[in-house]
Design a protein around this ligand. Sequence first.
Ligand code: SAM
Length: 234
Amino acid sequence: MDTRNDSLRLGLLCLLASEPSDIHQHVMTLAHLAAQSSTVVELGTRTGVSTLALFLGGIGRAPTRGPDIGGGWNARSFALRTFDIADCWPDVDRNLHRLVSAYRETLGAHLYRYSGNGDDSWENEALGALRESFRRHVEVSQQDSVKAVASMLPGSVSMLFIDTTHTLEQTRAELEVWDERIAPLGMIVGHDSHHPDYGVREAVLAFAARNVERYYPPALHDWNNGLFILRRRS
Ligand SMILES: C[S@@+](CC[C@H](N)C(=O)[O-])C[C@H]1O[C@@H](n2cnc3c(N)ncnc32)[C@H](O)[C@@H]1O
């Protein structure tokens, strides 16, 4: 394992988690959960705060069989597909570029320029490889969250992350159609389960009550608009 890559990945996650947004306090949790998941699907991309968290967590998975494509970032088995009704790729690409630049100017500068070790060529190479890795591991698609279910095989999704309109009807529909795509021991995670204006919590509790034999009771984090985690029993 390349500890320098892991340190860089952690630095990028720290920056993402410390930039105030409606979801920044869940960045590390999303990264942690993605690191346990080989196939992640996200519904609701926008500018990609959660997309970047899932990506940076997922590429930290333990090495598995398969080709080591290079750069140290690509040696792991991980795929993320993110769906949004809008075309989000330009904003996500801009956000990744911005995060990498922020790293260079803050933590990277601290490590290389201010420590007396002026050689940041390794870091430059690794950050370049990271952007290449993003293109290899992440597919950003313009697609409705319910219709997108046709893109995945039954039982093929290790982690589903839901973050679209947050209405009761939409969340209910997303849970119902994606349920059979979840892999054994996989999980459904979603944002805004503690937002007072939304129906996410109600939809999740009703879904969990109907499927008590297949899913553990949901874990409900109540901060930063809320996050729920529903884990399949088998
Ligand atoms: C709260 S934002 C997502 C935030 C994103 N996860 C992040 O961390 O930056 C909600 C997104 O859901 C998208 N959306 C709304 N309805 C949708 C639908 N039916 N299918 C797919 N995406 C939808 C919106 O275009 C918007 O970009």
